[in-house]
Design a protein around this ligand. Structure first.
Ligand code: RAM
Length: 428
């Protein structure tokens, strides 16, 4: 039974490599304009420009996919590349294409506030400043806030620690935002601050790295934690031929997300299949690049027979890759974990990293902002079983994972390697 679960999780992981195409079945229509994608374009921005509706991007996607070469094939509406040729349909055809999906052109023509809805003030607090992962989250948060007509405050502490986040939360309470969302550096330490904000009438959620349930309504979870944890061990197993000393280079010792994934790594390692793999150390780079490089170098020194490093943090894995390369250890010490394709592309191409995982952090910011808006508007109360729509990402559900611990799961993660590191799905 356990085996079966692992196998099915692994399959989900692999399936998730290729985002679902949505081209099938679209009716071919005439293109009233050919558009070549420029830097900083995204589909909803173009649909806003052509149809005054940020959610009408499906019409451009379906028209482009149905048009065939030399027009682009858009597999994932979040991913368009500079130079791609898009087919912009007429307004009438856009109405038809959207109707085929049960959508109405103009339904979101104006932001909620301008359309008579209320604009909300949403404040998101990432773990720390200067982390490209959170820049990507910020991008998606801004995209959703623009669609919804909300104000986005995205405020990070200078270093990835709980004290800085608590200070920010306290200062935010005075600004009376509708929602505060935190990616917690320490889930327990942030809980009283979250509770204080809720007592002051602010809706508090966490995302990416959960606040303990008493200090928030729900948590936006990027992917199934068990799958994410186990998959990293499975990737390492394949890379080192199933035997040798392995270490974990994590982020902060109190961070909820990394600790949960590490717990599942340890579970996975209990399988007799891993009897020849020894987990020799878990070290912490605190999501600080230099500290992570130092920790990786420390591992090379202390464990001369080290075969692999698993780093479940985008800061850690990029730092470890640099340390490996500088020490001439690529290939001798294998590296996997969670990272941004944009930071790891070169290391995949020169075989320093064979494979790693991640979800789409832009979508994480987008979904978190939609959850915040729906809560602020009272469209959801934060109760298990409630469903809601998150713009271009579709329908989501609040799930109770036990003892009132509510989560909204974003979706399956992706696995990146040489075969897909240049694909549009690896563009963040
Ligand atoms: C780092 C942060 C973040 C985590 C990613 C994978 O950027 O620790 O919380 O989700 O890595």
């Amino acid at each position: 039974m356990k085996k079966l679960l692992i196998v099915s999780l692994a399959i989900t992981f692999l399936l998730a490599l290729v985002p679902m195409a949505s081209a099938q079945g679209a009716t071919k229509v005439a293109c009233t304009e050919d558009y070549t994608v420029q830097a900083n374009d995204w589909l909803s921005k173009l649909s806003d420009k052509y149809f005054n509706d940020v959610l009408a991007y499906w019409a451009i996607q379906d028209a482009t996919n149905a048009a065939g070469a030399p027009y682009a094939t858009i597999k994932d509406p979040n991913v368009i590349e500079i130079g791609w040729k898009l087919c912009v349909p007429s307004k009438d055809d856009a109405v038809k294409l959207l109707a085929a999906k049960g959508l109405k052109l103009g339904a979101t023509a104006a932001p909620a506030a301008a359309a008579g809805g209320k604009a909300y003030k949403i404040a998101l607090v990432p773990k720390g400043a200067g982390n490209p992962y959170f820049d990507a989250v910020h991008k998606g948060a801004d995209e959703a806030a623009k669609e919804l007509g909300d104000t986005m405050i995205f405020q990070a502490p200078a270093t990835a620690d709980a004290a800085g986040q608590i200070e920010i939360v306290n200062a935010l309470i005075a600004q009376k935002p509708d929602v505060i969302g935190v990616s917690a550096n320490d889930g327990d330490a942030l809980a009283p601050a979250g509770k204080k904000a809720m007592d002051a009438g602010v809706k508090v959620i966490s995302w990416d790295s959960a606040i303990a349930p008493s200090g928030r309504i729900l948590n936006e979870n990027q992917a199934n934690s068990e799958l994410v944890g186990r998959a990293q061990v499975q990737m390492m197993y394949d890379m080192i031929g199933g035997a040798g000393d392995v270490a974990i280079l994590s982020a902060g010792a109190t961070m909820t997300n990394q600790n949960t994934w590490i717990k599942w790594m340890q579970e996975e390692l209990k399988d007799p299949k891993y009897k020849d793999i020894n987990l020799v150390a878990t070290v912490y780079g605190d999501d600080d690049r230099q500290k992570s490089i130092n920790e990786a170098q420390g591992l090379f020194k202390t464990y001369p027979n080290l075969k692999g490093i698993i780093s479940p943090t985008s800061v850690g894995i990029a730092a470890a890759a640099k340390a490996l390369q500088d020490a001439g250890l690529c290939g001798k010490v294998q590296l996997t974990g969670l990272g941004l394709p944009s930071e790891l592309r070169d290391y995949v191409k020169n075989d320093c990293i064979k494979a790693f995982g991640l979800w789409n952090p832009i979508d994480q910011g987008y979904l978190t902002t939609y959850i915040s808006h729906r809560l602020a508007a009272g469209e959801i109360k934060g109760v298990a079983g409630e469903t809601f729509r998150a713009g271009r990402m579709g329908e989501y559900k609040i799930v109770d994972t036990g003892n009132g611990d509510l989560q909204v799961y974003q979706g399956p993660p992706f696995k990146f390697d040489k075969t897909n590191i240049d694909s549009p799905a690896a563009s963040f």
